[in-house]
Design a protein. Sequence first.
Length: 235
Amino acid sequence: MLDEKKLTSARDLADNCKVRIVGESAEYRAARTALLAEEIELRRQTERVAEMRRALPPGAVVKNYAFVGEDGPTDLEGMFGDKETLVVYAYMYGTRREKPCPMCTSLLSSWDGEANDIMQNVALAVTARSPIERLVAFKQQRGWRALPLYSDPSEEFSRDFHAVSDNGGDDAGLHVFSRRDGTLRHFWSGEMDFSTADPGQDPRGAPDLMPLWTVLDCTPQGRKPDWYPKLDYGR
């Protein structure tokens, strides 16, 4: 845990930074150093939030949820494999949808490249309400190689964990479960939705799971409020 009393102030760290960019002006350096101090504070706040998350009281899993994976039927505990922690992403690809959510697909495309690394530490599962055959067909079409897909045929998990909207459509979600001493517990779920959005901003969770936005946040134009990923750009 961070000991705030022992931390050098973010501004002092920023002032001591020796990085300089060729051709920068004094005006740029002053503004950049002020920004650097805020970036250091953001890093520290991210760690403070992570510490609070890790300190949450243990939750509970009250049902034995059933799924169908690429290797056949399984349950929530079966998704853990030999790991003590399971990360579940609820994918917006229900039976009502002709195609999956482009935003979810963009996220999962980036995760596919990280999945083998993630699964060295924790178990990973992507659940959706579509039949497993439909999910696997899209996985092959998209070129995903590592993401473990699971169908939720009864929709019980999806409904209990808020992956079904009030009108019966799909909602995305991230959920983390733990298994200690043979007991399954709910650890944490993302709970930010439209009701928690700030004015003029796209509703999104924190931590932000999409590398796409992390990259665009570093650019002059930032995130375009009227642009979202597509499944295909016509190439």
